[in-house]
Write a protein that binds this ligand. Structure first.
Ligand SMILES: [Zn+2]
Length: 176
């Protein structure tokens, strides 16, 4: 039988500001997102830049997308911000690169994203409706939508990738 500790041990992260999450309400929801435009074919990338295609599809492109309609895709349709399970890989610090399992050579897939904020500037379209109607009060000095108070690499996100062949194979970490 194992002795029960009087007090739970402090997590190692307590000594690293921004690494220990604040207790907060978890309200997951399923969303649809699409790959980063850099992971699409050249043909699809060109179609994203064709304003007439967006208009034909009935999309609400306002005048701010006159010059670069493909930015609508990046801001509203591809890669939801915030903490998430699954989804597509976010790129930004680097261009896309292979995430190959070191054990078996299989392409690893996104498992978990730990993000600094649930949404950022330009990503307001991802804000849940209930949060738009009744915003959560934030502490002074806290970045917007930084509910967990986790800060990854001064404001980025950490994504763990898992090998689809076996969960026992090493995870791949990626900061973007
Ligand atoms: Zn593997």
């Amino acid at each position: 039988m194992t002795d029960i500790l009087d007090a739970p041990p402090e997590p190692p992260a307590i000594h690293f500001p921004g690494y220990l999450p604040e207790p907060c309400l978890l309200t997951p929801e399923q969303v649809t997102e699409y790959p980063n435009a850099m992971e699409l074919s050249k043909e699809l990338q060109e179609q994203l830049g064709d304003r007439s295609r967006w208009q034909a599809a009935g999309s609400a492109l306002d005048s701010s997308y006159e010059v670069a309609p493909d930015e609508f895709y990046g801001g509203h349709l591809s890669i939801a911000p915030g903490w998430k399970v699954g989804g597509w890989t976010r790129w930004g610090l680097t261009d896309p690169r292979p995430r190959i399992c070191s054990e078996c050579g299989t392409e690893a897939v996104p498992l978990l994203t730990i993000d600094t904020t649930e949404w950022g500037f330009g990503g307001e379209g991802w804000i849940p409706e209930e949060e738009q109607a009744n915003p959560t009060p934030m502490l002074p000095g806290q970045p917007p939508a930084n509910f967990t108070r986790i800060v990854v690499a001064s404001g980025y996100n950490l994504r763990l990738h898992v090998c689809p062949a076996s969960p026992d194979h090493p995870h791949i970490e990626l900061i973007q």
